[in-house]
Design a protein around this ligand. Structure first.
Ligand SMILES: [Zn+2]
Length: 401
């Protein structure tokens, strides 16, 4: 959001430790991040992947054990020759992240350990979208988890279907939220992110884009959002509002968007567009409308089938434009976008390729359905939570708890 006066606080560089301490800390953080990402699972892999001597690997894992970050167990023999090694596991008393996903109709709270395993999960339905009512229900669920897991929970990380600045939701059009502060959810550090951004982050870290250095994720739900993820880092811009691809002017300039602008791509690709094109219907519930039109198209309704085709083309054209602008290695899609691709693959593909500049047509970036689906946003929230924990200050605070 332009003009909301959103500025991220500057990084605190005071009280830095000495160089040797900093290097040791950097080594341990590197090991923890590799372990969290699932790239190493044993001490032997740690030595080979990170190029460490056995002595250094032993020293690092001993420190991580002492700090209740890692637990070691003898690895079962794998029948190959070589020294026996140990499995590196999350410590049973180690740090946790509480991840929250606030969607349009439901909310979920999950407690996640190093490595991404979910230890506990509670969910609920949203009956009133009033911010106070939703936040009360979520706060209650979070507080239940904090009672159970105590100080092990280091951070609360929240996904919301809106534009986020710091811990504030500056705009969530379909929830009709303006300037809602999420820091009231817990007496802990609170992080917040947009659902489509976090879904894209999750696909790059643990889903269909895990092998891609530059991946574009697009999610159609109520409108369209997404993110470009470069080497595992989401490109969220100067204030965290980046990735609002749905508000590119790929639509009819006569049509006004909920965001206040005219001609947004949003107005051509979600359930509202499907209902308008199929039945000249003005739908206030884009998700339900999308499912109704897609179901009608599947059962042979010609008007619904034409609408699905037309929306798949509008989506494909825009994806082509984004590929020209951003040059991703691959594109992952989730939400209604997955259904559109499945329902009208040729219409999508023809429009996508027609929109590409000649250079991109020589090796067309593939478009894949997301691997994590609806879970992407809560997994992405947990990932940003661990990005916060697995830092110098996060580990220092953990050890001083
Ligand atoms: Zn818009």
């Amino acid at each position: 959001m332009v003009g909301m006066g959103c500025h991220n606080p500057p990084v605190d560089t005071s009280a830095r430790p000495g160089r040797a301490t900093a290097l040791r800390m950097e080594g341990r953080l590197h090991v923890l991040r590799e372990l969290h990402a699932g790239r190493i699972a044993t001490r032997a892999e740690l030595t080979t992947r990170l190029g460490l001597s056995r002595a250094s690997a032993l020293e690092i894992t001993a420190r991580l054990r002492e700090a209740a970050l890692v637990h070691e167990e003898a690895a079962p023999p794998d029948g190959r020759r070589g020294r026996p090694t140990t499995l590196l596991l999350p410590h049973p008393e180690g740090p946790l992240v509480c991840a929250v996903d606030i969607a349009h109709e439901t909310w979920a709270v999950a407690v996640v350990e190093l490595g991404g395993a979910v230890l506990a999960r509670t969910t609920g339905h949203i009956s009133s979208r009033e911010a106070d009512s939703v936040l009360n229900a979520v706060r209650h669920a979070v507080s239940g988890q904090l009672d159970e897991w105590g100080q092990r929970v280091r951070v609360l990380s929240v996904s919301v279907p809106g534009t986020v600045c710091g811990t504030r939701v500056v705009q969530a059009s379909n929830l009709r939220w303006r300037d809602v502060d999420l820091s009231v959810l817990a007496d802990l550090p609170v992080l917040a992110g947009n659902d489509a951004t976090l879904s894209g982050l999750a696909e790059s870290r643990r889903g269909a884009a895990v092998d891609a250095d530059v991946a574009l994720h697009l999610k159609i739900d109520v409108g369209l959002g997404g993110i470009l993820v470069v080497n595992g880092a989401p490109m969220t811009g100067a204030t965290g509002g980046g990735g609002e691809f749905g508000h590119l002017p790929f639509g009819d300039p006569r049509r006004r968007c909920l965001c206040g602008a005219h001609g947004c791509w949003d107005t051509e690709v979600d359930g509202r567009a499907l209902a308008r094109l199929a039945w000249q219907e003005d739908s206030a519930e884009p998700r339900a409308a999308a499912q109704r039109v897609l179901a009608a198209a599947r059962s042979g309704d010609p008007a619904a089938a034409r609408a699905v085709d037309s929306v798949a083309r509008a989506f494909g054209r825009g994806v082509g434009g984004l590929v020209n602008a951003l040059d991703p290695r691959l594109i992952t899609v989730s939400g209604v976008a997955t259904d559109l691709l499945a329902a009208a693959p040729e219409s999508f593909d023809t429009a996508y390729r027609a929109g590409l500049i000649a250079f991109q047509r020589t090796s067309v970036p593939p478009v894949r359905a997301s691997a994590l689906g609806e879970d992407g946003s809560i997994i992405g929230a947990a990932e940003t939570g661990f990005d916060h924990v697995l830092t110098e200050s996060g580990i220092t605070a953990w050890r001083a708890r």
